[in-house]
Ligand binder design. Sequence first.
Ligand code: COA
Length: 234
Amino acid sequence: MRQSLSESYLRLAWESPWRVRRHALRLLQLPLITLRFLISGVTPGPGGRYFGMPVVQRYKGSIISIGKDVELRSSTRSNVLGVSHPVILTTLSREARIDIGDGVGISGATLCSASSITIGPGTLIGADAIITDTDHHKLSGTRSKYPLAGAACSPIVVGRNVFIGARAILLKGSSIGDCAVVGAGAVVAGHVPPRAIVAGNPAKQVGWNTETEIGDSSIQAPAMVSKAPKQSRM
Ligand SMILES: CC(C)(COP(=O)(O)OP(=O)(O)OC[C@H]1O[C@@H](n2cnc3c(N)ncnc32)[C@H](O)[C@@H]1OP(=O)(O)O)[C@@H](O)C(=O)NCCC(=O)NCCS
């Protein structure tokens, strides 16, 4: 006999009771977290599930947009691996933007933007991953302690249904194709083709993901994603 959805939820709750506690806390904290978003000038889409308080630092005039049904895991025990800090969403300039698509899941990762970070629908970002579109400091000449003075920045685009492993790092100008997989601890500084599985530092292709559904995207076969041009922020 087929198990109904409510039966399987009950079974999951019985067999892993920490999930019940986690969801009870989530519901209790929802008004406070919603208020925190509003104070930061962010209006998330409906159906969001927020486990613990994220850090939202929005530069005045910049945009942080969060789609519907987005899940953010910020408290230490909100992910079975444990996250070492809350989800951090930071924009560093008036022109910066972070766009998080519908159904995205983020566990204790940092998204820090001086130009633009786009996360496609259905993408999952693992515990403590870092996605930053700027070097934060100038590489040559007299280096200023003032953040962004002369630092290079270049947009990051992550496609739909991408899986980014725990502690991966995506550096400026990275572009990740639909349904690609970035291994745990990988460091990406360029382009990853759709459906590629990459791992290591620097990230190299170790396989193809042939199974994940692309959704309504039109991508049929692996194709290179072009790297965004570098920009410099004074
Ligand atoms: C990248 C990953 C998806 C690859 O899985 P897979 O397709 O089953 O690949 P395999 O385990 O067969 O590994 C293929 C090769 O890549 C290497 N490799 C796999 N993952 C790696 C990683 N994270 N870093 C470095 N090398 C890695 C393997 O050693 C193997 O190398 P070899 O061919 O020289 O022996 C997986 O290893 C991974 O990192 N998963 C992420 C888990 C995670 O962080 N979850 C998030 C929870 S919040």
